[in-house]
Design a protein around this ligand. Structure first.
Ligand SMILES: *Cc1c(COP(=O)(O)O)cnc(C)c1O
Length: 219
């Protein structure tokens, strides 16, 4: 199937209000352009400096999502254009994004990454770290970032029951926070979970944003 057929197929599985982020980290600019020409606008990348260069060669109405682990010293490369930062895993990183966003006169939407996978190689915070970050009085001083939801990556396994329970855990925290009284710059709207291998399970568990690379760009 072509990229446009892949996009069509995946989009047909998404419910109302669910966004497909086409993860283009392994794709050429020609492939990204092909998806763009098919009407797609949301793309995900995980290398800040590469993205800064790449975005200038592609249409400027693309909404770029930063989906990977962002090192604090790299935030400055993306803060004047990034649409959403998916994987914030510390207050320090949020503070740095805020500092850079301020220079660009922007308010940047961010998701907090929860560690749900069994592998300890995956970044993210546990439930209490996320709750502590949100409860930190210093958070409201960060006027140039807005926490708009949560993100997580499930274990890379064929065991769909395991993946299912990991996504459930993330969804439960999302709902718990949604029901809580939150600071002014926190609003639980987006739940980013699901990749090529597991986006169907993520959708069953209430994902509002799937990050799919291989299944979009495969031929
Ligand atoms: C690479 C990546 C994806 C997409 O992976 P695929 O298996 O190609 O769909 C999604 N999320 C994150 C954080 C990634 O790094």
């Amino acid at each position: 199937m072509s990229i446009s057929e892949n996009l069509k197929h995946i989009k047909s599985q998404l419910g109302e209000g669910v966004t497909l982020v086409a993860v283009s980290k392994y794709s050429t600019n020609e492939e990204i352009q092909e998806a763009y020409d098919a009407g797609h606008r949301d793309f995900g990348e995980n290398k800040a400096q590469d993205l800064e260069v790449k975005k200038d060669k592609l249409p400027n109405d693309i909404r770029w999502h930063f989906i990977g682990h962002l090192q604090r010293n790299k935030a400055k490369y993306i803060t004047d254009f990034i649409h959403l930062v998916h994987a914030v895993d510390s207050f320090k990183l949020l503070r740095e994004i805020n500092k850079q966003a301020k220079k660009s006169n922007r308010t940047i939407p961010c998701l907090l990454q929860m560690h749900i996978a069994a592998e300890d190689t995956k970044f993210g915070m546990d439930e209490s770290e996320i709750e502590n970050l949100i409860a930190d009085p210093k958070l409201t001083e960060l006027q140039n970032v807005k926490v708009v939801g949560l993100m997580g990556m499930a274990t890379n396994t064929d065991d769909s029951a395991k993946v299912n329970s990991e996504f459930k855990q993330l969804k439960n925290l999302f709902e718990k926070l949604k029901a809580a009284t939150l600071p002014g710059n926190v609003n639980m709207e987006k739940l980013s979970m699901g990749m090529s291998q597991d986006y169907e399970i993520a959708l069953e568990n209430g994902s509002t944003m799937v990050r799919v690379g291989t299944a979009v760009f495969k031929s």
